[in-house]
Design a protein around this ligand. Sequence first.
Ligand code: AP5
Ligand code: MG
Length: 212
Amino acid sequence: MKLILLGAPGAGKGTQAEIIAARLNIPTISTGNILREAIRNGTPIGLQAKQFMDNGMLVPDDVIIGIVRERVAREDCANGYILDGMPRTIPQAQALEAAGIQMDCVISIEIDDAVIEQRMTGRRVCSKCGASYHIVANPPKTEGICNACGGELVIRKDDKPETVRQRLEVFHRETEALKGFYEKLGKLKLVEGNQPIEDATRDIMAALGIKA
Ligand code: AP5
Ligand code: MG
């Protein structure tokens, strides 16, 4: 199963990717998490990406395409994977096709802009593994600590309201057109994102034709 999760910032891509990856026993590839790790480690890619991310802008396509092509070639991707946050532009989607990377299904998690800001203000992410929590909708078992790896939970730098607004604008301008791209390929399925986490998971599994 090769699956793309599309959606606005805060739609729940990361949250759903973690749950579905565990159920299907395939890895989830989050370009956002990979870039944040690169920034923490001070790698050349991290240094290049930081300014773009802090300002809510997209990182250049060639950087992203390079990261994803290298990642999907690894052994753990042999039985499939979930792409969370990639592609984000038409050229990124075209690069996947050109590399012969055929996706089985593209799920767009649909959500109104109005809901997003409240989600972002309550979000906490693990500083070690990148897992996403919400102080009300999805709290960790122990405050401030990641359930999965024990890492410290922090607020993402790009979750400031003005940066969230910028990311939303970029989504509507650059990323939303991917729905039409994948609809033409007959791969697009829409799922309602403004519902409890487990209900969105159920709808994604149903869209994939898998019994929950
Ligand atoms: P990235 O990390 O991908 O951020 P994003 O797309 O803006 O999406 P988010 O991670 O903010 O939201 P999400 O949909 O994963 O929501 P989550 O599950 O956390 O990218 C960051 C930056 O990296 C970009 O701005 C760009 O600079 C760069 N980048 C990354 N990929 C790139 C690419 N391909 N090309 C170019 N640049 C790239 O949920 C949000 C919150 O809501 C959480 O607190 C969660 O607990 C809560 N929540 C989730 N679902 C529900 C629900 N159903 N009900 C209530 N609360 C919920
Ligand atoms: Mg995410």
